[in-house]
Structures are given as structure tokens and as C-alpha cells.
Design a protein around this ligand. Sequence first.
Ligand SMILES: Nc1ncnc2c1ncn2[C@@H]1O[C@H](COP(=O)(O)OP(=O)(O)OP(=O)(O)O)[C@@H](O)[C@H]1O
Ligand SMILES: [Mg+2]
Length: 243
Amino acid sequence: MIEYQNVSLTCKVNGPILKNLTFDIQEGEFFVLIGPSGSGKTTTLKLINRLIEQTDGDIRIQGKRLKDFDLRELRLETGYVLQQIALFPNMTVAENIALIPEMKGLNKEETLKKSRQLLTKVGLDPDSYLDRLPKDLSGGEKQRIGILRAIIANPKVLLMDEPFSALDPISKGQLQDLIKDLHEEFKMTTVFVTHDMDEAVKLADRICLMRAGEVVQLGTPDELRNQPANDFVVEFMKNRGGA
Ligand SMILES: Nc1ncnc2c1ncn2[C@@H]1O[C@H](COP(=O)(O)OP(=O)(O)OP(=O)(O)O)[C@@H](O)[C@H]1O
Ligand SMILES: [Mg+2]
């Protein structure tokens, strides 16, 4: 579904940032990128919606080279959730959620109906939340709205960069359960960045462990646990239960 073929990114000043990444993210897969700070997780993710361009190699989505996508079409087909959700402050929850469906030209009534269904699904009463402004939401609520906004128009790919790392442990656990449920229901191909191995093990079909711009090991949580490629993997798996 998303194929990285010998993808490298070299910065003239700082040298190599990504080194020869080759792997294939499957359709419907929950794919987790994990690794220490600076290992290249965010950069690997941002290549997919072309916020960053690789210097070598190709990335294909469903066989089509990223370069051959119309940028607007690509962005509409890749939902994007960040650590701090940037909801538009002057727009209500309903307006924020309807943004991408509107750009895609979807029917307004259908969008409202779906917004109501999704809000209910994530435990927010639509009658109470649809007309609120972002300033009247808690951090966890904003994050829920951000996720809904990213998935409401059925993107091909959902990109999430440490979406829960700013939340308290209880909200974090709830949102992990929520995204797991949503993924089971809608099966969107998801690429999720975290530095938290507990989170990775809980959510991932496969985990890609990176270090210094390279893939150290790519496999299921069980494979990383039971057949670690080297001591770095062993150490990383040990850090569970921490940050
Ligand atoms: N625009 C840029 N120009 C030069 N170097 C960059 C740029 N963006 C990122 N880097 C470097 O690329 C490396 C990878 O950064 P990246 O943001 O992908 O790491 P990360 O794994 O997401 O880290 P973190 O866990 O801290 O978010 C880092 O060494 C960073 O300094
Ligand atoms: Mg990052």
C-alpha cells in the first residue's frame, strides 16, 4: 500500500537524516514508527504527505509514485494528527470537523449526520459539543475532535505523530482504546509515531524500530520481543512501563 524503496534524505549541512529505507506498509495495517529522539520518525512520516521530500529513492501509494499525485489530492487523502491539534479557534467543533468533507465537495447534511455519529462514538454528546469553540474543550477532547476531523472523509491513509504524548495517563489510555476501535471498524491504513513502547505494543500490527535514520528491526510486537535483532532492540523493549 505504502512502499518505501531505497528512500534516503541527506541534508547538505547535517548529513544523512534517513538512510536507505525500504519497507512496505500493508493496506489496513496499523504501522508504528518508534525510536529515540532524532532517529527520523517524524521525517519518515512527513514524506508520505510530502511535507518533506526525500533526496533519493521512491515512495509509492497503491503503486503510484508520490511525485505523481496532485498535492491537494494527496493531502485530502492523508489524515494528519499531531501532538497538539491545531483546531481553527474561531470555528465551532462542527465547522472544524466539516472542513475536509467540504473541500472534497461532500454533501453538508451527510457530513453533519456523520459528525453526530462519530462524536457519539467517541463519547462526546453532539448536542453539547457541535456548537462549541475549541477554547471550551479540554486537551483530550480537542484530540478526539482532531482524530474525527482526520478520519471523517475516509482518507486512504491516517498519519499520527505522537498524538497522545501530551495527555495525562488516563486520557491517553482512553484515546488509545478509541483509536484501536476506530481502526478495527474502518481499517484505515495508519502510520503512527511514538517513543512509547507500551503504546506501540498495544496498538501495532507491526513496529518499525529506528535509530539514526535507519531501520533496526521491523516486525510484529511478538517478533521484537521474542526474536530481537540486537541488544538495542532488547534495551528498547525493556523500557516498557516507563515514559
Ligand atoms: N529541516 C531540517 N533540516 C535539517 N535537519 C533536520 C530537519 N528536520 C529534522 N532534522 C534532523 O533530522 C533528524 C531526525 O529528525 P525527526 O524530527 O525525524 O526525529 P524524530 O525521530 O521524530 O525525533 P523526536 O522523537 O524528537 O520527535 C534529527 O537529527 C533532526 O535534527
Ligand atoms: Mg518527531
